[in-house]
Write a protein that binds this ligand. Structure first.
Ligand SMILES: Cc1cc2nc3c(=O)[nH]c(=O)nc-3n(C[C@H](O)[C@H](O)[C@H](O)COP(=O)(O)OP(=O)(O)OC[C@H]3O[C@@H](n4cnc5c(N)ncnc54)[C@H](O)[C@@H]3O)c2cc1C
Length: 479
């Protein structure tokens, strides 16, 4: 997001220092690792509150960990793994901070099995706009029957916060403004609020025993075959979670042929595989194998055979971290390659060229239809593009590959056009990256909930932050 500027930056080390910084400033932007893809962490003259010095971590009894907002997830996983534990809802970018991932309700490949960040947050400590500290524990405070919360500030002032009336789509991932549901928990209002309602300083997160994992990279001959494989694997996974089968699939990642064609040959060499045929698509499966993996592998072989997948998968067996890293590297090379193409177009053609991408989710049984919609939408606008993402959740990222500045505008128009159809399928145009300060994402939020929905969110914002101090311009324009 170009054009960021700040009037100051502060690196508080304690909740009290965060509170003092918020109380003293007139506009603040809390930031984590600034890996936001929506401009949410790009300041517009605000005082930046960097959370990077809030790094305390403590294991609590009962399968939870208390982590400061500035703890990078990779660091959290390293500390947990040393104790045989794991925090499941990690986004693809593991450098993101605990606070940033809660603020955006981040989700990732394994949301299919584990849900999104929201499902793992038990408690948060949050600094409100006036500098008050609020401790919110799941289960302690729910909205009244009249649809509101009452929050009492340190000053004694009581604020009534109305719960928005819109209905959220029933998808497994959603990062689309404020959570709203009758009788909802107060903690859910802050999770996913992208810094606009309070600064999260620490959180209690649920953790699980570290799973033994294996990976498999499969080549399918077409989108149709990849979707049939994913549907069969989703059924296998559901059976294994009921204790009725060995194939516990926790994620199915998808890379289309157009993205594969953009990968440098070195990416395939490093992964130890030959570049696939021009029309092939790739699936990367993550499986959990508590004991002997032979039953799971036999079942995988049977599923692939039934779906007509001829080529043997490339496997990384549990404990083979080098093989796993090579396969994950291939998956990560995809956004890197497309971002590099955007960067070259920016350098060679027009500095105003920007990444233009969607973050759509549809119910899994509509995913084939959605892929056809994305392809037709881009093709109708004469655009080059590539698609990849978290197929097990129906969450894909159609990306424009720009060859001219007009492609950025055309790409945004195409994404807006597609959004209506995605919503009509029971999906959402804002699955996991959030809304931030992106004009396109804010337009998608209006498309999802309408002007009344935005008015409902503004009413929440006004009640908790009457002077529009926290992350102003994030989610919707300033009042
Ligand atoms: C390569 C790549 C892959 C990605 N893959 C995924 C993915 O799979 N899934 C996914 O969900 N996202 C993904 N993202 C997006 C991004 O990583 C997530 O949105 C992440 O949750 C942001 O965390 P952060 O610490 O970088 O937050 P930032 O980018 O610093 O901030 C994001 C927003 O949260 C607010 N915020 C940050 N910290 C706090 C706090 N302590 N209190 C209140 N508000 C705060 C900011 O004001 C801002 O609005 C990806 C990004 C990259 C670059």
């Amino acid at each position: 997001m170009p054009g960021g500027f700040a009037s100051g930056v502060t690196f508080p080390r304690t909740a009290a220092e965060v509170a003092a910084a918020v109380a003293a400033a007139s506009r603040v932007l809390p930031i984590g690792a600034q890996s936001s893809l929506t401009g949410g962490a790009t300041p517009r003259g605000d005082v930046i509150i960097s959370t990077r010095a809030l790094t305390d971590v403590a294991l609590l009894p009962g399968g939870t960990v208390r982590a400061g907002a500035g703890v990078p997830l990779a660091e959290l996983q390293r500390l947990l793994a040393a104790r045989g534990l794991y925090y499941p809802p990690v986004p693809t970018f593991e450098g993101a901070f605990v606070g940033g991932t809660i603020a955006t309700n981040a989700a990732g490949a394994a949301t299919f099995k584990y849900g999104s960040t929201r499902d793992w947050v038990e408690a948060i400590r949050v600094v409100l706009a006036d500098g008050s500290l609020l401790d919110v524990r799941r289960g302690d405070t729910t909205a009244s029957a009249a649809g509101a919360f009452e929050i009492e500030y340190a000053s004694g002032v009581v604020s009534r916060v109305p719960v928005p009336a819109y209905r959220m789509p029933g998808v497994p991932k959603l990062s689309a403004g404020y959570f709203a549901r009758p009788g909802m928990d107060l903690i859910d209002l802050f999770i996913g609020s992208e810094g606009t309602l309070g600064v999260i300083v620490e959180a209690d997160l649920r953790v699980v025993p570290l799973p033994r994992r294996s990976l498999a990279l499969l080549t399918c001959s077409s989108d149709e075959q990849a979707i049939a494989v994913a549907a069969a694997l989703r059924r296998e996974a559901a059976a294994s979670w009921r204790g009725e089968g060995p194939l516990d699939v926790s994620a199915i990642e998808y890379i289309d042929s157009r993205a594969l064609a953009r990968l440098p040959s070195a990416a395939y060499t490093r992964a130890g595989m030959a570049p696939p045929a021009a029309t092939a698509v790739v699936l990367l499966l993550q499986m959990e194998v508590p004991g002997d993996e032979s039953a799971a592998m036999a079942r995988l072989g049977a599923v692939l055979e039934a779906c007509g997948v001829g080529a043997d998968p490339y496997l990384a067996t549990p404990g083979d971290d080098r093989a796993a890293a090579r396969l994950i590297e291939l998956r990560e090379a995809v956004p890197a390659a497309i971002n590099a193409l955007v960067g070259s177009a920016k350098a060679a053609i027009d500095p105003a060229i920007q990444k233009t991408a969607a973050d759509f989710i549809v119910p899994f049984d509509r995913v084939g239809e959605s892929l056809a919609l994305y392809r037709a939408g881009f093709e109708r606008h004469g655009l080059d593009y590539a698609i990849w993402g978290h197929l097990s959740d129906g969450n894909l990222h159609p990306n424009v590959i720009p060859h001219a500045l007009e492609d950025v505008e055309r790409g945004r128009a195409a994404i807006l056009d597609m959004a209506g159809a995605v919503i009509a399928m029971g999906g959402a145009p804002l699955a996991e990256h959030g809304v931030g300060r992106s004009a396109l994402k804010q337009a998608l939020l209006r498309e999802l909930y309408g002007e009344q929905g935005i008015a409902d969110m503004r009413a929440v914002k006004r009640a908790l932050d009457p002077f529009w101090k926290l992350a102003p311009g994030v989610l919707f324009p300033e009042a």
